[in-house]
Every structure is written in structure tokens, then in C-alpha cells.
Ligand binder design. Structure first.
Ligand code: NAP
Length: 484
């Protein structure tokens, strides 16, 4: 069993550009433990020049990596999967330390995150083109796929491993090189991953990691550089929009995995116990700090009281708030004080407008950034919590009467990442799933993420897909060769 001390003593803290390198000027920034508010370690603080160094390395490696046989690329990806799996406990503990989530959540993320290397090691050898005779008889049409070229990935703090591997796996499988700029709150997991990729035989320059406290300044020269060909971003809608604007100059290919405001719709014919079990997963996975987290529970008025009572009872029984590394903990702290304040404001706003606190509802005093599992009932339509992403363990529950009303309420948001629906009626399940304005729908399931499925949103939740057979397309350009 690996200890906290061992993990922190061995964790890489330098930039990774063909190996560990100091940031220009040897500047560093602190990484905090959300359970205590104390500094864990200092990590290299990249400058814009360091970012350009990483792009130089990516450009230098691009042609050879694209020309590396797909089987060989796949085997390196598979070796990375094996190495992450062998060091799963170390990855899990490191994530818990820098991000706060409970250890079982971190272990789940290690399994999920590693799986993108295995899945895309298998997809690397399945990049197909097309061949046909022109219908006019005037020649032959050959279509083939090529890597788009050097990519920049910018990732959030909530899934420090998986939000990176969902991008790195398909990019590398497609033959692209990639620079990753992880969130400043959780840079360590990505640095460890880069080291593991190097140990697994990934050539220098194919994957670089630049950690920085100045995300805008450090990524700008890359977005301005015509050698960069793609930006893939996971994070907030606000930052995503600004990055799409900045990418326009270089006409970069872009993929945007942005914010969510997932509705969880429970019909009167649903299995209420199963719905409560699904609600717990959809709400509390990753402590509620997930883009897929159920943000609002729309429940048919005939089963509203039963669902709410059972949800409160299940949370009371099953949730143990505490430091993520404590073996009894099921709900860790939030990422930082700012996030605690955001959750607090949204709850206070709903309560001021008449919502009833059925459980929790009050941030804990420090040390650490803790907010308890919370259930709100009688939440009025005007409450901000129904429109804004709460990113915490808070479940607002509201009633509806007809199917049309339930679907309309679910769709009443600018976001469209995922929706959940609980019903025993197959016709209704399909009808409602088709009517929900989101990129993904969970039917009688509280967790939908799967490396073999296309993950992504519509509306303000972005565009592009990660995972599945679709995931690799984001890193391929189509070339048409006309033949006689
Ligand atoms: P964020 O503030 O948008 O940050 C995401 C990343 O962008 C971080 O690496 C951040 O660096 C960087 N960044 C911030 N401003 C930037 C700028 N001006 N230029 C370049 N990079 C910039 O989001 P977050 O708070 O980390 O993550 C939470 C959000 O991510 C939520 O809205 C959640 O729904 C969304 N999310 C979406 C998905 C999905 O698949 N749809 C998955 C997970 C999370 P710093 O850390 O240094 O600020």
C-alpha cells in the first residue's frame, strides 16, 4: 500500500517536454490539499516561452509519430494502460490529495481514465477510408484519413486524469502529437501520466505537459502559432466561448466539452427505489463536481413526496463527509473556497426564495473546503440553482404534472450535456429521450460515462465527442484523392 508521503515525495513537479524540465526562471506555484487547505507541493510554473518549447517539440515529433505504424502506436497506448493499472493506487491517492475526492471515487476515475488508452489502442488500427467509382463513370474516388497535426488540450480540475486521457488516447492513436495544459488546481496527476507514458515508450515530444498558474498567457502563443492545428478543451462554457473566439484566427479545429445542468426526470410509473439509487449516483459521483452531475430533480407530483423522503433517507444513511483519504469517507471536500462560496450562494438564494432545506444546507467551518450533501424541496422556478451549474452535492427537487411539462422543464436551460429519465414504460422512455435536448440521455441509469460511447453535448454544453468510435474522428482530417 502506497503512503501519502511516498506519493508526494516521488511525484514529478517539473514540466514535461521530452522529459522533466524546469520552467524558464525556475518559477513555481503551490498545489493545495482541499481537505486541509495546506500546500502539498510546489510545481513548475510554465511561461509562454515554455509553451512554445513544447510546441517546437510537438512539431518536431509530428511526422515520425504520424508515420509510426498504427499497430505500434496502439501497442504503446496499451502499455500505458497496463502501467496506469499497475500503479492505480498511486494515481488514486495522488488525485485524492490534489482534488479532494473520496478514494473510491479516485479509484473509479483511474479505471475509467486508463480505459481510454486501452479503447484507443484498439481504435488506432481501425482508421478506415473509402474507395468508390465515381457514379458519373469519370474516375475513382479515394478517401483517406490523416492526423490533424499538433494539438493543444486544456483540461479542468474535476477529473484530473480522465479529462486528459479522453483527449490524449484518441489524439495519439490518430497519429497526432499533443500538449496538455492541466488545471492549475490539479496539475500533478497529468505530470505523473506524462512520466508513465515516457516509461511505456512514447517517443519524446509526442506528449508534453505544461503546468501553469497563468493559463491565458501561457496558451495564447500556441493559439496564435500556425503550427498548432487543433484545440480540445474541457471546462466552463464561459472560458470555452473565449477560446473558440481565440481559435478563429488560426482556423483551428476545436472540440468543446463545456458546462452542464443535467435534469433528472422521474415519472410516476418509475421504480422509485431504483430512481433514488440512480439519483445518488448522478448527484454525488465525484462529490457533485461533475459536468454530468444531476443538477435538478424533476419528479412527477404523484411520487414527489416518496422520492424526496427516500432521497433524504438514502443520503443521510450513505454519505459520510470527510477527507478523501479517510477510508470511511464517501464525500470529500470541494476543490476550493471559491467553489464552497458558489454552492453556498446558490443554496441561500433558493432558500431566500422559499425552498425548504430537507438535509444539509450549511457549509462546514474550516479547515478544508467542505459542503455537506444537501436536499432542497419546494424550489421556486426563479431560483438560480435551477439554471446554473451548482458543482456540489446539492439536490433541488421540484414537481411536475404531465409528461409535456416534465420534458419542457428539463429542456428549459441553455445547457445540453446529459439528461436522466426514470420510467418503466419503454415507449415513454424512447419518446422522452428523443425529446430531451442533450447530447446524452441515461434511461433508468444514474451513470452513463463509458469509454466506448460518444460523450459530448449540444447547446451551451459544446460540440465534439470523446470516446466511442466517434472520439478518434476529432483528430483526423479527411483527404480525397481523385484517380482516373
Ligand atoms: P475552467 O475554469 O473553464 O477551466 C478549465 C481549464 O481552462 C483549466 O485548465 C483552466 O486553467 C483553463 N483556463 C481558464 N481560463 C483560461 C483562459 N483564459 N485561457 C486558457 N485556458 C484557461 O473550468 P473548471 O472550473 O476547471 O472546470 C469546471 C467546468 O468544467 C464545469 O463547468 C464543468 O461542467 C466543465 N466540465 C465539462 C466536462 C464535459 O465533458 N462537458 C467535463 C468536466 C468538466 P486554470 O486551472 O489555471 O484556471
Amino acid at each position: 500500500m502506497v503512503s501519502e508521503r511516498e506519493v508526494l515525495e516521488s511525484v514529478p513537479t517539473k514540466l514535461w517536454i521530452g522529459g522533466p524540465v524546469e520552467a524558464t526562471g525556475a518559477a513555481t506555484f503551490p498545489v493545495y490539499d482541499p481537505a486541509t487547505g495546506k500546500v502539498l507541493v510546489e510545481v513548475a510554473d510554465a511561461t509562454p516561452q515554455d509553451a512554445v518549447r513544447a510546441l517546437d517539440a510537438a512539431v518536431a515529433a509530428q511526422a515520425d509519430w504520424a508515420a509510426t505504424p498504427a499497430r505500434e502506436r496502439g501497442e504503446i497506448l496499451r502499455a500505458v494502460f497496463d502501467r496506469i493499472t499497475a500503479r492505480a493506487e498511486e494515481f488514486a491517492l495522488l488525485m485524492t490529495l490534489e482534488m479532494g475526492k473520496a478514494l473510491p471515487e479516485s479509484r473509479n476515475e483511474v479505471r475509467y481514465g486508463a480505459e481510454f488508452f486501452r479503447w484507443f489502442s484498439e481504435e488506432a488500427v481501425r482508421i478506415h477510408g473509402r474507395f468508390l467509382h465515381a457514379p458519373s463513370g469519370s474516375g475513382r474516388i479515394m478517401v483517406h484519413k490523416q492526423p490533424v497535426g499538433p494539438c493543444l488540450a486544456i483540461t479542468p480540475w474535476n477529473f484530473p486524469l480522465a479529462m486528459g486521457t479522453r483527449k490524449i488516447g484518441p489524439a495519439l492513436a490518430a497519429g497526432c502529437t499533443m500538449i496538455v495544459k492541466p488545471a492549475s488546481a490539479t496539475p500533478l496527476t497529468m505530470l505523473l501520466l506524462a512520466q508513465v507514458c515516457g516509461e511505456a515508450g512514447l517517443p519524446d515530444g509526442v506528449l508534453s505537459v505544461i503546468t501553469s498558474s497563468k493559463s491565458g498567457a501561457v496558451t495564447q502563443p500556441l493559439l496564435d502559432d500556425p503550427r498548432l492545428r487543433k484545440l480540445t478543451f474541457t471546462g466552463s462554457t464561459e472560458v470555452g466561448k473565449s477560446l473558440v473566439e481565440k481559435s478563429a484566427n488560426g482556423l483551428l479545429r476545436t472540440s468543446m466539452e463545456l458546462g452542464g445542468n443535467a435534469p433528472f426526470v422521474v415519472f410516476d410509473d418509475a421504480d422509485i427505489d431504483a430512481a433514488v439509487e440512480g439519483a445518488l449516483l448522478a448527484k454525488l459521483r465525484n462529490g457533485g463536481e461533475a459536468c454530468t452531475a444531476a443538477n435538478r430533480f424533476h419528479v412527477h407530483n404523484d411520487v414527489l413526496a416518496e422520492f424526496t423522503d427516500k432521497l433524504v433517507a438514502a443520503m443521510t444513511e450513505q454519505v459520510k463527509l470527510g477527507p478523501g483519504s479517510d477510508p470511511d469517507t464517501t464525500l470529500g471536500p470541494l476543490i476550493n473556497e471559491e467553489q464552497v462560496n458558489i454552492v453556498r450562494e446558490l443554496v441561500d438564494d433558493a432558500v431566500a426564495l422559499g425552498a425548504r432545506v430537507r438535509l444539509g444546507g450549511k457549509a462546514h467551518d474550516g479547515p478544508g473546503w467542505f459542503y455537506p450533501a444537501t436536499v432542497l424541496s419546494d424550489v421556486p422556478q426563479e431560483a438560480r440553482i435551477l439554471r446554473e451549474e451548482v458543482f456540489g452535492p446539492v439536490a433541488p427537487v421540484i414537481g411536475f404534472d404531465t409528461e409535456e411539462e416534465g420534458v419542457a422543464a428539463a429542456n428549459d436551460t441553455q445547457f445540453g450535456l446529459v439528461s436522466y429519465v426514470y420510467t418503466r414504460d419503454l415507449d415513454r422512455a424512447l419518446r422522452v429521450a428523443e425529446g430531451l435536448e442533450s447530447g446524452m440521455v441515461g434511461v433508468n441509469r444514474g451513470v452513463i460515462s463509458d469509454p466506448a460511447a460518444p460523450f459530448g453535448g449540444v447547446k451551451a454544453s459544446g460540440f465534439g465527442r470523446e470516446g466511442g468510435t466517434e472520439g478518434i474522428e476529432e483528430y483526423l482530417s479527411t483527404k480525397y484523392i481523385a484517380l482516373t
